[in-house]
Design a binder for this molecule. Structure first.
Ligand code: FAQ
Length: 317
């Protein structure tokens, strides 16, 4: 089959492990894959503000409240960088938001679980941000320039988030028996869902092979999931927390030798919209979108006014 010069250039850039930029020609399937992944990622950051926002008004001290508020604001910022990166692929922010609200676009399964105790803030930071870092550090080298560059800053902030989660758990583990129990209970509830964040097992991951061939994904879902568990084991020991997998063993090199089977039925149920909080999360997002309509209208009216004032001054000059 004849290869067009544009396709040849694209193939050469990928083979050289260089970057594709918005001005470059790219295959339609590459563009669509990136829009799917980046927009899902952006939606995850925005929906991911909800479980933690639940605790801003009830944080146990002013210091904890300020830290949590800053973290939740960081997630909003991550969403905005990612929406901007996706927009360079020719999709509008409105179209992405409409797809989310219509249930056509996904967001990470992890954000469909409730946060009943303060220890959940520690478990989210330690496990959810920890999983996010393992998954996202390789994405800093994604072949699409705007995505890779957005990920660099995001990963720096996620790294701080993970430490603050670890520190919340550490303080609870150094506290009363009730506090220790609360920390362990939160880890028991978040551990398995955090492993599901890496996606289905490799032999059930339809997008992985092509995304790896395009240098979007650098490692498979299972490789990253194992790397995450290997990172957690010594940290759990330092915390005095037990990871809720009695079958988990590492080999002498610290690599996962064996772990229990993940409950993939639960994962698919959450993806199908049947997780504990799916309906609540989307309803809340929809309400926020409707409540924010006046802000978008005001911003658009202001931009139009400035554009027309600029037009008038150019005519006068
Ligand atoms: N949840 O073929 P694959 C964060 C879907 S940000 C929902 O393996 P792929 C920060 C997948 O879309 C967390 N859906 O797919 C934070 C596909 O469906 P589709 C978000 C999932 O794309 C912390 C189907 O299953 N991070 O945590 C999930 O090659 C604290 C088949 O899967 C990112 O988005 C899932 N867990 O690999 C914020 C990272 N897993 O679209 C607040 C970027 C899979 O064909 C508080 N994304 N699916 O209908 C990625 O690295 C990849 O997209 C994967 C999935 C690894 C998530």
């Amino acid at each position: 089959m004849d290869v067009t010069p544009e396709q040849r250039h694209f193939d050469e850039v990928i083979a050289a492990d260089s970057r594709i930029e918005p001005r470059d020609w790219m295959p339609e399937a590459y563009r669509k894959t990136l829009i799917r992944q980046i927009s899902q990622h952006a939606h995850s950051e925005i929906i991911g503000m909800q479980p933690e926002a639940n605790w801003i008004t009830r944080a146990p001290s002013l210091k904890r409240k300020a830290i949590l508020m800053a973290k939740v604001q960081d997630e909003a910022g991550h969403g905005l960088y990612l929406y901007s990166a996706a927009q360079t692929l020719g999709i509008t922010r409105d179209a992405m938001t409409d797809a989310l609200l219509a249930g056509k676009a996904r967001y990470s399964s992890i954000f469909n679980y409730p946060t009943p105790t303060w220890a959940d803030m520690g478990a989210i930071g330690w496990l959810v941000d920890g999983a996010a870092i393992c998954n996202q550090v390789p994405l800093c080298r994604a072949s699409y320039g705007p995505y890779g560059r957005a990920m660099v800053r995001i990963c720096k902030e996620e790294s701080f988030h993970q430490r603050q989660g670890f520190e919340i758990l550490l303080e609870l583990m150094n506290g009363t028996p009730a506090q220790r129990e609360m920390a362990q209970d939160a880890v028991d509830r978040w551990y398995w869902p955090s492993l599901m964040m890496f996606g289905p097992p490799d032999d059930d991951s339809p997008n992985s092979a092509q995304s790896m061939a395009w240098n979007i994904k650098r490692f498979s879902n299972d490789e990253l999931r194992n790397r995450f568990v290997e990172m957690l084991v010594p940290q759990a020991e330092a915390l005095g927390i037990v990871l809720p997998d009695p079958e988990l063993t590492l080999d002498t090199d610290g690599k996962v030798a064996h772990m229990s089977e993940i409950d993939w039925t639960e994962f698919h149920e959450v993806l199908a919209g049947n997780g504990p909080c799916n309906a609540q999360r989307i309803q809340h997002r929809r309400q926020a979108h409707e409540d924010g309509a006046w802000v978008r209208e005001a911003a658009a009216a202001y931009a139009a006014k400035r554009a027309s004032a600029r037009g008038a001054s150019e005519v006068a000059a």
